[in-house]
Design a protein around this ligand. Sequence first.
Ligand SMILES: [Zn+2]
Length: 378
Amino acid sequence: MINRQRLSDEFARLAAITSPPLRERAIASYLAERLTALGAEILFDRADQATGGEIGNLIAHFPAAGRDGDPLLMSVHMDTVDPIGEVVPVLNDGVFTSASGTILGADDKAGIAELIEALEVVREQGIPRGPLEVVVTIAEEIGLVGAKHLDYSLLRARHGFALDTTGMGHMVLRAPGANRIRVEILGRESHAGVAPEQGVSAIQTAALALAEMKLGRIDFETTANFGKIEGGVACNIVPGRVSLEGEARSHDSAKLELQTAHMVACFERAADATTRTIGSERVRPQLQIDIQSDYPRMMVEEDAPVVRLAQAAAAAVGQDLTIKLGGGGSDANIFNAQGIETIILATGMRDVHSPKESVTVDDMVTVAELLVEILRRA
Ligand SMILES: [Zn+2]
């Protein structure tokens, strides 16, 4: 049923179009042409204006063919992490890798190729399907930027799939939400040899805060990290300023708030502990703490219609489809927060974001088969 050669050629074409975040014009025009030929009406939203990118998100409306019903969403992203060079895909023994020392970009072009092949098959075999909305976002890899700026008024679908997780044979229903935490500590600068009594060390405040902070794995669904620290001027100057960047993630919103509050409280306590009297003045290090929601958590129930649809389709084509816990944010987090119940399907990509990235033609054929069955049943 699946045209293996056509699918493999499609992937090779897509992978060879270099598409780092916000520089997606070339791949977007290729996709617009390809999806138009498959029967879609193409729109681009204005996400480029808000993001400084070359082009907005692509939205392809496929009218119902032979069956009415609620529209189904299929989503992929057109950008890759910056390959730092031209991607030269090469196929050896059924395995695609990059021959140029770059990433391959199977994340997310494996998903795009699988979806296009499924649409080809559905069309050439005249398989009846309901209305379909394909969304191809920009700038997913730099913080879900396209999905965050998508014009949701252009979509009618209330449920669907994101083709965007590694490995094979599983789907992701839950993924954590995350907060990004930026802290600036302002102490007081002074010469460390001549007048240390006049100084308040911002680095010492930061060190105290981090020393008592719960970081790493907090529990089975919560993690936290401070990953960047910057400050100070010279070894003979009491540091007056230090900045830190960290994050907290959890599958549970209440735990995310609790962990974030704990991290803030550690800085407050450290500021108290490093407050000192200089002359007649009480000097408490100033804290500027900025907390931003990086992305909301996603949680789709195991008995949701879209999960049942995937399971029924997998069973019909004799494939295993297990449920896996997601560890990071993806466009699906944003779609779910927008009220579009979206689960993530594995696309066969492996070792993503590295020069070892690969995908096999066999795995892409398997996923395309599943997608045809999902479209048939949606
Ligand atoms: Zn991806």
